[in-house]
Ligand binder design. Structure first.
Ligand code: PRX
Length: 660
């Protein structure tokens, strides 16, 4: 992949077409700059205006921002609203009851369309069902479900009754699920009997049973099961309920629970550089405002659009740009149960053609793997499909390398569709740095400029602003409505992780490095500055994987680093010392496989190391500190040219050079 130097010097520029700009929500750089100026000169007026214009408030707010207890910022605090009311009821009142909200396509290709009226009824019925089990405002509900209409309904039903959901990605293990249930103190789990992925059926309900049996989950009183396949499941009398039975007798209307704007809409666990995953807590009002507004600004959403975000609801992208944003603006969206390579790697292109998608939002990893597949098999090349419905493309989750950008631009966008490379994070709630498709000239590999109202800058280690051209730390100097509110159960960690005292305690530290182009000021993200890896757009802490490895009885010590990977962006490489002697040959292969499966069981298949290397020891300084810098070089397969005089045991490096 291209290095940072070439990226920030990329000179190809693609300006928006006059045709696109003509109807765009933000149609010129002048309009963009005007919004930025409004935010800079009258921050409260700016956000207050947008919150009034874009959301329905049951009780209007009188104060926009309260920063008296920074960095615990409060937005629109005395205002009251309901998120589900804003995503459903308002569209019924606006004459859009019969508009299609969700076009669901199953793994095997069955299509179900759900109108706003039908979605409203499903949400109300489940909301009433949850209430009938005694679940109420402020309770936490874990959702461990596949991509499905029911998954979106579950999230919206929680929002309707003011319960705080915590969605756990279906690929996480029983142990990861158990940890999240305990940390959130959840009262119920919503799950499915099975998750269908290609030819595999993953037993979600059985994994929930296993998680609850691990202990410590006495807080869970109810488990609600969506019947996806009808496959076998075990039921615990009194605790477990079929979703279809729970909702059967429920009324199709449910008065929304009006909540304060700061009421926690959801907690979403994500990896940090240290310790266990952090429960990122988001608000109701500020979060929804940004979800709706970025749909308008970044995606230029129009009533006639067919929007498709390929993320899973288990990630933040699936929260903001599936469960909330598209519904808040009354859009029609596609949701897809399956995987991009089943039945073949033309699936995405085929679906775009069949459903006439107009906006397509996916991750660079998916693009890169589909490029390879298209190169290998002309029958599934995008040129074989009618992609003429598309008008806008998006990218999210990891840096998109210029080669992949150009392929996406040519082969999917027909050199006609703008590409919005959206930089953001679980913590930011929505887009932070992104082109506005009707205004911003695009440069491959750059997420371009901050959204209006987002005070993103680059600073050095001491917190001083850096000039363009000089790489440093990405920070956001002012709060914004959709920002993380705290880490669930751990306000201290929130302060320390995101608002370091060295920078005055009020500046948000993103955890990414960045550099701005000398001439344009465009941002390029240079990757995490901490021990967080990004594999296929999935965020993982090296420490979590190391802890999982050393929990195996065979393992004495482990160190995990990332190395660049052509398809997945980064790949996990683990260096392991066993309690027994160092294995080689076939035996090493066998043990590596066992350890990879072990990590899958401990965390989830997404955390499996791509490569495991064994040594008699790890490279350490004389004081015993593992020299990860050297491990990163070894993982890349490069020669070590640095000074290794502080190394206790240089001979170890030879052993660790080779992949087993
Ligand atoms: O390193 C950045 C990378 O993904 C991280 C956030 O991961 P997560 O919280 O899982 O959210 C992913 C979906 C928003 C960031 O710290 N990242 C995200 N988008 C981009 C990116 N890196 C470069 N370019 C992007 N567009």
């Amino acid at each position: 992949m291209a290095n940072i130097e070439t990226l920030s010097n990329e000179t190809r520029i693609f300006s928006p077409s006059a045709e696109f700009s003509k109807t765009a929500a933000i149609s010129s750089m002048d309009a963009y700059h005007a919004l930025c100026a409004e935010a800079a000169t009258d921050e409260q007026g700016f956000w207050g205006r947008l919150a009034r214009e874009n959301l329905h408030w049951h009780k209007p707010f009188t104060q926009v921002l309260d920063e008296s207890n920074a960095p615990f910022y409060k937005w629109f605090e005395d205002g009251q609203l309901n998120v589900s009311y804003n995503c459903l009821d308002v569209h019924l009142q606006n004459g859009n009851a019969d508009k299609v909200a969700l076009v669901f396509e199953s793994d095997s290709g069955d299509v179900v369309k759900v109108t706003y009226q039908q979605l409203y009824e499903k949400v109300c019925k489940l909301a009433n069902g949850l209430k009938s089990l005694g679940i109420q405002k402020g309770d936490r509900v874990v959702i461990y479900m596949p991509m499905s209409v029911e998954g979106v309904v579950a999230m919206q039903a929680c929002a309707r009754i003011g319960a705080t959901h915590s969605v756990v990605f279906g690929g996480f293990s029983a142990k990861s699920l158990q940890e999240r249930i305990i940390d959130a103190g959840a009262v119920a789990v919503l799950t499915a009997d099975y998750q269908v992925r290609g030819s595999k059926h993953l037993p979600l309900k059985a994994i929930v049973d296993e998680a609850l049996a691990l202990g410590g989950c006495e807080c869970i009183k109810n488990v609600i099961v969506y019947q996806r396949t009808g496959g076998e499941v075990k039921f615990a009398e009194g605790r477990d309920h079929w979703l279809h039975e729970l909702v059967k007798e429920q009324a199709a209307e449910c008065t929304p629970e009006w909540v304060g704007a700061e009421h926690p809409l959801f907690i979403l666990y994500t990896s940090g550089s240290t310790g266990t995953p952090k429960g990122v807590q988001h608000s109701s009002g500020g979060y929804l405002l940004w979800a709706a507004l970025t749909m308008k600004w970044t995606f230029d959403i129009k009533p006639t659009d067919v929007f498709w975000c390929t993320a899973d609801i288990g990630w933040i992208t699936g929260h903001t740009y599936i469960a909330y944003g598209p519904l808040a603006v009354g859009a029609t969206q596609i949701i897809f149960e399956g995987i991009p390579t089943f039945p073949n790697a033309g699936r995405f292109w085929d679906m775009i053609a069949r459903h006439k998608a107009t906006i397509f939002y996916t991750a660079p990893t998916a693009i890169r793997s589909l490029i390879k597949a298209a190169d290998a098999d002309a029958n599934i090349h995008p040129s074989k499909y009618d992609l003429s419905s598309l008008r806008l493309l998006g990218s999210v989750g990891e840096p998109i390398n210029p080669e992949a950008w150009m392929w996406y631009h040519k082969n999917i966008g027909a050199e006609r569709c703008p590409i919005v490379d959206t930089f953001w994070q679980t913590e930011t709630g929505g887009h932070m740095i992104s082109p506005l498709p009707g205004a911003t000239p695009l440069v491959p590999g750059s997420c371009t400029l901050p959204m209006p109202g987002i005070a993103a800058v680059i600073v050095d280690e001491a917190g001083h602003d850096l000039p363009n051209g000089q790489g440093g730390l990405l920070v956001v100097k002012r709060p914004w409505p959709a920002m993380i509110r705290t880490i669930w159960n751990n306000p201290e960690r929130y302060k320390n992780a995101y608002f370091p005292a060295e920078f005055g305690g009020k500046v948000y530290l993103a955890g990414d490095g960045s550099v701005r182009n000398k001439d344009t000021g465009y941002f390029t993200i240079t990757g995490r500055i901490d021990d967080v890896l990004n594999v296929s757009g999935h965020r993982m802490g090296t420490m979590e994987i190391e802890s999982a490895l050393v929990a195996n009885p065979m393992v004495a010590e482990a160190a995990v680093v990332g190395r660049p990977d052509d398809t997945t962006g980064e790949a996990i490489c683990a260096f392991v010392v066993l309690k027994r002697s160092r294995p080689t040959g076939e035996e090493a292969k066998q043990i590596a496989k066992e350890l990879r499966d072990w990590v899958a069981k401990e965390i989830g298949p997404i955390a499996k190391p791509k490569e495991i290397r064994f040594g008699d020891n790890l490279p350490k300084t004389r004081s015993g500190k593992i020299m990860r810098r050297l491990l990163r070089i070894l993982a890349k397969g490069e020669e070590i040219t640095q000074d290794i005089s502080t190394l206790e045991n240089p001979a170890i490096l030879e052993q660790l050079k080779e992949a087993q």
